[in-house]
Design a protein around this ligand. Structure first.
Ligand code: IP8
Length: 273
């Protein structure tokens, strides 16, 4: 197996790690099959990986219940506690499965590298990369974050993917988002898969189910942002984990790719959502 060099950023979508329609239900088998595939890739190639997971029917369940969003505000104290607790719970379930499958996960909560007022600490992000180089898989996740004073906000794992890509841009070879769909569709009626997405307008996303952090629209926006750093971005179906292996081996697969476009600033501008 010949893996592409450099670091892989992988987003484990909430729709893969949990059953989104059933509150607080963990998809143990889904995480297990992805872990097995990652174990195969890591053993064969030693590729460093950082994993980011979403909230699914854990964090999103409570953020909807308590009307909490990505905009900093004085949300319900109980809601803040419940979202945070549920994300810690989901994280510990995910890393337990990974550990059982022979991977070596190492959780670094987003509050370890994102401080007050969304300030990202570069040296703390680099710590994730350092950890990833030495046989461990740093695992981080979307969360409810303290903004300042009594203000809190929901931080999406998709946004964390962009933050990591930006701060580790010289290291990242590929960013991969796992979804419960085959990739990004032109529209939800035809479900025609976009093999290569170049502009936000390639996909009509109005009909795609939204969650508090913006659903598919957010993913495409962060994907375009990451691609503008010169990093290839893939959206693949996490229910077919072999597609994750294909991407990590540098092969083509069923999914949507946004090719990295470093140096094409003007096109990057057009690519904004
Ligand atoms: O599922 C949001 O992360 P996402 C996490 O990546 C919470 O949007 C706390 C709702």
């Amino acid at each position: 197996m010949v893996a592409i060099g450099g670091l892989a950023l992988i987003k484990l979508g909430g729709s893969i790690a949990t059953f989104k329609e059933k509150p607080l239900t963990f998809n143990s088998d889904g995480v297990k099959s992805i872990s097995r595939v990652l174990k195969g890739v890591v053993d064969a190639s030693g590729i460093p990986i950082i994993l980011v997971h979403g909230g699914g029917s854990f964090g999103h369940y409570y953020s909807v219940m308590y009307d909490m969003h990505s905009k900093p505000a004085g949300y319900s104290r109980e809601g803040i506690s419940r979202v945070r607790c549920s994300m810690i719970d989901l994280n510990s379930r995910i890393v337990s499965v990974m550990l059982d499958e022979g991977l070596r996960p190492y959780t670094l909560h987003p509050s370890s590298f994102i401080m007050e007022a969304k300030k990202v600490i570069d040296s703390r992000v680099r710590e994730l990369y350092e950890v990833s180089k030495h046989g461990l898989i740093p695992v981080t996740h979307g969360d409810v974050m303290h903004y300042q004073d009594d203000l809190y906000y929901i931080l999406s794992g998709d946004e964390i993917m962009s933050i990591l890509a930006e701060h580790l841009r010289d290291r990242v070879m590929v960013a991969l988002f796992t979804l419960s769909l085959d990739g990004v569709y032109k529209d939800m009626q035809s479900r025609e898969l976009i093999k290569e997405l170049r502009y936000a307008s390639d996909a009509k996303m109005d009909d795609v189910g939204m969650d508090v952090t913006g659903g598919m629209r957010r993913k495409v926006r962060e994907g375009l942002r990451i691609a503008s750093l010169g990093i290839d971005v893939w959206f693949v179906n996490g229910n077919h984990p072999e597609r994750i292996a294909d991407v990590l081996k540098g092969n083509d697969t069923i999914g949507t790719v946004i090719r990295g476009s470093r140096g094409e600033e003007s096109r990057g501008e057009d690519r904004r959502v």
